[in-house]
Design a protein. Sequence first.
Length: 203
Amino acid sequence: MVVSKLGNDKVGMSMIEQLFPEVTSYALRYLDYSSLCQLSMTSSSMRKAANNDDLWRSLYYQRKQMVEPRLMAYYAVTKQVMDVNYEFFSILDSRSLPRMTSFWLNSDYVKCFNGIGELFSGFDAVMQRWEFCFDNWEIGFPLEALEVRTRILDSVAWGTMIALHHIIGGPFNVTNVFELHNGRWLMVHHHSSIIPTNGVENP
């Protein structure tokens, strides 16, 4: 009989209370936090066993591993958006209208604001504007994106950043908005404006 081997002080205790502390601690690792809380209210010895710091630390790391795949998925999508955003600057530098055309969503609600505040609305108008810029801006588009911040909500993502032109300087405030269509992030909105310096826009 187990009780006789463990001594009279074990009489009246539950089976789990009669186990060695190491065995009890090992068994409790299979419980979730809700079950541990309920167990801690059954007796003083179970409260002590269930409140063990090592036990809760192990539970924390188990839950962290359960959430990790979701975090990894979020980081993967964030990287996709960051890569697409930098691709935009690569397209500007190459002055490739075909690349720019495939980069935008072909829709009448896409919009583009250039540095002087002009609004171009609709896919055709936006592409005509980029074609004009590529053909007429002799300085080119060697832009560097700094302080890039991204935000992703389901199938919509946007990035805010400061852009510097390698020749004319800047800086410019830039906002790029993307939508996810058939597994691809496509641009639907671009806004670029010169950041005023001491209340006066840069020349």
